[in-house]
Write a protein that binds this ligand. Structure first.
Ligand code: SF4
Length: 255
């Protein structure tokens, strides 16, 4: 039985987002520095509208009540800039769950970063940016934001197999790319390729080419990292990657 990610969004929002008079709070479970993107300060949010069977943050995703605390946009801003200035980073991001859940919170956060010279990387599955075109338009106001849309597989069938969601929702991920492009937002697509065949990648390439040739050139491949808790989740779902990385970054051919 498939689920609808937009309905999941509503249910998750009730748990991880809280409205105050002037701003919106969002739940986060961790703030950290790290080597990704050559050094970046990261806020890990709680809650997602997909249920990927290879998700590295599935514990907070599936236990939203138990993980994290509510933070205002200003508190998230302070934590991220403090990590970045201590470590000399120029980039910041929200990761962990899906950052676009809690739209007012995200926009208020981006407004704070707009006054700085940091680059904010918005890592998203694109579901809400595909479903709500005006959301992509709103993000286009911010010039120091780069959006990375992470596609969950190459085709609707793969998307559904990897996430358990309606195959039709894959179109929302592609639509996010189109919406962001239409509004001139700096962005690129990434795709989880650990479970994909050469043929399905070719199908995706064709889809992307239909939207914009540059998307094909900018497509970033993603592979699963075999952290013990990720291996446990994949095993539970009977999911076997063709290619994955060991936690110390060594590729492993598994099929
Ligand atoms: S979209 Fe990302 S955070 Fe959400 S379930 Fe998939 S891998 Fe996890």
């Amino acid at each position: 039985m498939y689920y609808d990610p937009l309905r999941i969004t509503e249910a998750v929002r009730k748990i991880v987002v809280r409205n105050e008079e002037k701003f919106q709070l969002r739940k986060y479970y961790r703030f950290r520095g790290g080597r990704w993107y050559g050094g970046i300060a990261t806020a890990d949010s709680v809650g997602c509208n997909l249920r990927c069977k290879f998700c590295w943050s599935w514990k907070p995703r599936d236990n939203m009540g138990k993980y994290g605390h509510f933070y205002s946009p200003k508190e998230v801003y302070m934590r991220l800039t403090s990590i970045a200035s201590r470590r000399g980073y120029r980039q910041l991001r929200v990761s962990g769950g899906e950052p676009t859940i809690g739209r007012r919170h995200l926009i208020q956060l981006l407004e704070l970063f707009e006054k700085t010279s940091y680059l904010f990387i918005l890592e998203t599955n694109g579901i809400l940016l595909g479903a709500f075109r005006d959301y992509a338009k709103e993000i286009s106001r911010f010039k120091n934001v780069h959006v990375r849309v992470s596609l969950k597989g190459c085709t609707p069938e793969e998307f559904s197999k990897l996430t358990g969601a309606n195959p039709e929702a894959f179109q929302l991920q592609l639509k996010a790319l189109k919406n962001l492009l239409d509004f001139g937002v700096s962005m690129h697509p990434a795709v989880m390729l650990s479970f994909s065949s050469k043929e399905s990648l070719e199908r995706l390439t064709e889809e992307l080419r239909r939207i914009d040739e540059e998307l094909v050139e900018e497509l970033e491949p993603e592979y699963v990292f075999l952290y013990p808790h990720v291996v446990k989740l994949m095993k539970k779902h009977g999911l076997k990657p063709r290619l994955a990385y060991s936690p110390n970054n060594i590729p492993e051919e598994l099929i």
